[in-house]
Design a protein around this ligand. Structure first.
Ligand SMILES: Nc1ncnc2c1ncn2[C@@H]1O[C@H](COP(=O)(O)OP(=O)(O)OP(=O)(O)O)[C@@H](O)[C@H]1O
Length: 258
């Protein structure tokens, strides 16, 4: 049995005026330690799918199993990194990274020191007593990563976590997140609009087609790219041709092109 099993998901949003089928026929599995990206045109249902996988939204039809159990029973095993860092502005960095542990009543000396060690490891040792406003956007996203990993989630949902950052910071953070998730053997699902980011960070890229969202194609990344950092992957000789084939498929999904 796979680590994550998404089975026959359909989802329709009902409003008083209309019904919008956002997703149809979505079935796939993800193995433990795998990094998967969801890519596709705006409105194809990426966020809806992420919300269903994390059990924030109940699908109209279908099931999501995490380690063979309904994901609704495993909500506290899912961590998030979002476009905004959502750090509490009045709390220090240390209080912010320990917040999840504190709220779930899991805070102890061991996981506190592990969280502070990780902060140090990713180059932020010494900022513990500072407030988020004293840090740059990239530093705050690194703090958000530590806060997410502190609760030791089994599955990480990354919803465009780099899209608000400047290009250089984004590339550096992609490397850091990738290296940290590898080190901890974490499974992750990334929503992104950036084809390059999807190629560079993922083991597999799922391309979704719109109206309703379906899995149009799955691109398995070559072993050569999986073994290296996202930055190195962007400079690898195989990268341009993979980019071209995903780009071509994306173009074919535009309205009027079949
Ligand atoms: N709460 C809602 N009520 C009604 N329709 C919704 C709701 N949320 C999303 N939709 C519709 O469902 C479809 C999928 O939306 P979703 O936000 O999941 O797509 P997306 O791929 O994440 O989009 P983007 O790339 O623009 O963020 C769209 O047609 C959207 O208008």
């Amino acid at each position: 049995m796979s680590f994550l099993h998404v089975q026959d998901i359909h989802h329709t949003y009902f409003t008083k005026a209309s019904a919008t089928t956002a997703l149809s026929d979505i079935t796939f599995t993800v193995e433990e330690g795998e990094f998967v990206s969801l890519l596709g045109p705006s409105g194809c249902g990426k966020t809806t799918l992420l919300s269903i996988i994390s059990s924030l939204l109940k699908p109209t039809q279908g099931t999501v199993l995490l380690e063979n159990k309904p994901v609704s029973t495993a909500k506290n095993q899912i961590g998030y990194m979002l476009q905004q860092d959502y750090l509490f502005p009045w709390k220090t960095i240390e209080e912010n990274i320990l917040m999840g542990l504190k709220l779930s009543k899991q805070l102890n000396e061991k996981n506190k020191s592990a969280a502070l060690n990780l902060l140090d490891q990713i180059g932020l040792g010494g900022v513990e007593k500072q407030l988020p406003k004293q840090l740059s956007g990239g530093m705050r996203q690194r703090v958000a990563l530590v806060r997410t990993l502190a609760t030791e989630p089994k599955l990480l949902m990354l919803d465009e976590p780099f899209s608000a950052l400047d290009y250089q910071t984004k590339l550096k953070l992609e490397d850091l997140v990738s290296q940290t998730l590898d080190e901890f053997g974490k499974t992750a699902i990334l929503v992104t609009h950036d084809i390059g980011e999807a190629i560079a960070m993922s083991d597999r890229v799922f391309l979704l087609s719109p109206s309703p969202g379906r899995i149009h194609k799955i691109f398995e990344m070559p072993e050569e790219l999986k073994k290296i950092s996202p930055f190195e992957a962007r400079n690898h000789e195989l990268y341009p041709s993979i980019f071209q084939s995903i780009w071509k498929e994306l173009e074919s999904l535009e309205p009027g092109k079949e």
